[in-house]
Design a protein. Sequence first.
Length: 68
Amino acid sequence: MNEKDIENMIKLLDGFAQSEESRLKVNASEELEQGETKKQYHHGRCDIGSPWAKGLCFDVLEDNEINP
């Protein structure tokens, strides 16, 4: 990592902080050209493939347990 890489990362983070988006995940990739970025949209706040996303939450009370 060199000084230019650090400056580019700071620029990326500053731009994100000024945006209206609430999540950021950064992956370094040899597949992209230097300086190229890729953005992927995430549907919702839960992790894709998680028990929450699949409706298989193990620690949530069922309706009949909340209002017997």
